[in-house]
Design a protein. Structure first.
Ligand SMILES: O=C(O)CCC(=O)C(=O)O
Ligand SMILES: [Fe+2]
Length: 327
């Protein structure tokens, strides 16, 4: 399901005693003041003016996971499970570098939503070329998003559902990346479109012909190689005429709160688009591709907080020296 752009949902993934230990650990770390407000960064506004507060996601992240604070044993036990899951995915998805270890490579966090908190629609990873000058500097990137919910007997009436926006039909080919080039859109609703950037900074949009694992011939979609402009980017503008009406961009300024100018974008749930909601019930595991699957968290209407362990398994980024030194 994941490689076809759909979500994988597995109730009962985590045994109840470990769910309980992790939830109690998160509660005590929260009480110790170790979580920080962490909404979606709006690139049009400075970091200090983001104004994140208790109505945003709050997270416990960084090196805290392996530190001696709280219930370190429970967190490490959980980390060992997630590691074997990651090794399974490396094999099953044909993403071999998911199995690589590295300090601070695979992210592991708790997140926390108070009553009234929510998170706008977003993607967890973006094409390097759309991330400005720093885009190409990281050795690895988010590949698979995982969530494990920790809320005992959570009811739909308490809100806080995860809303995901997979394609109505599974993708015809493997999503996310092709030969290291990240996906930026869809052609004919279910064919992934990738962006390749060559040395010197010129880019091309392309698809793979035929079905199967994406091994088909490359079909260039852009009229000519182009330089990716600053955000917000409209890739449609670079397509050859015959593809224009058949293309949908995954992340646009309308759909992505990162690119709202001035005040943060109005929170929208996009209920009119095809979506799949998941109840954040204790022990449930959710997995999806970090590059191609937009999602949001609906408002928590309960009086109790919504708590989850969440993280990202990383793959190597393209290691090509893309730009001549000094450019
Ligand atoms: O907690 C969730 O269900 C999703 C959180 C999320 O999308 C994120 O932290 O990036
Ligand atoms: Fe996310």
């Amino acid at each position: 399901a994941i490689e076809r752009g759909q979500i994988h949902v597995e109730p009962g993934f985590l045994p109840p005693p470990l769910v309980r230990s992790l939830r109690e650990d998160a509660m005590s770390l929260f009480e110790a003041g170790l979580f920080s407000p962490d909404g979606l960064t709006n690139t049009a506004v400075g970091r200090s003016q983001q104004g994140f507060d208790r109505r945003d996601r709050q997270t416990f992240r960084g090196d805290g996971w392996s530190s001696a604070t709280g219930d370190q044993a429970a967190r490490l036990q959980f980390a060992a499970r997630m590691r074997s899951l990651r090794e399974e995915l490396a094999e099953g998805l044909g993403r071999p570098t998911l199995a690589s270890e590295g300090e601070r490579r695979h992210e592991m966090t708790y997140n926390w939503y108070e009553a009234g908190a929510k998170l706008g629609r977003h993607l967890d990873e973006h094409h390097e070329e759309t991330k400005g000058t720093k885009g190409w500097l990281r050795p690895s990137r988010r590949s698979v998003t995982w969530l494990v919910y920790l809320n005992e007997q959570w009811e739909a009436a308490e809100g806080g559902a995860l809303r995901t926006f997979p394609r109505p039909q599974p993708s015809s080919q493997a999503v996310g990346s092709d030969a290291g080039n990240l996906q930026v859109g869809w052609l004919d609703a279910s064919r992934p479109v990738f962006l390749e950037t060559r040395e010197g900074g010129l880019s091309t949009l392309y698809c793979r012909a035929g079905g199967g694992g994406g091994g088909g011939r490359r079909e260039a979609l852009s009229a000519a190689a182009f330089e990716v402009p600053r955000q917000p980017v409209d890739f449609g503008a670079f397509l050859a005429a015959e593809y224009g009406s058949r293309f949908e961009q995954i992340s646009t300024s309308r759909l992505d709160p990162r690119f709202a100018t001035g005040t943060p974008a109005e929170f929208t749930e996009f209920g009119e688009l095809h979506h799949v909601d998941v109840l954040p019930a204790a022990g449930t595991l959710v997995l999806f591709d970090s590059v191609s699957l937009p999602h949001l968290v609906r408002e928590v209407t309960s009086t109790r907080p919504r708590v989850a362990a969440t993280g990202w398994f990383h793959e190597d980024s393209l290691a090509v020296p893309l730009f001549p030194v000094g450019s």
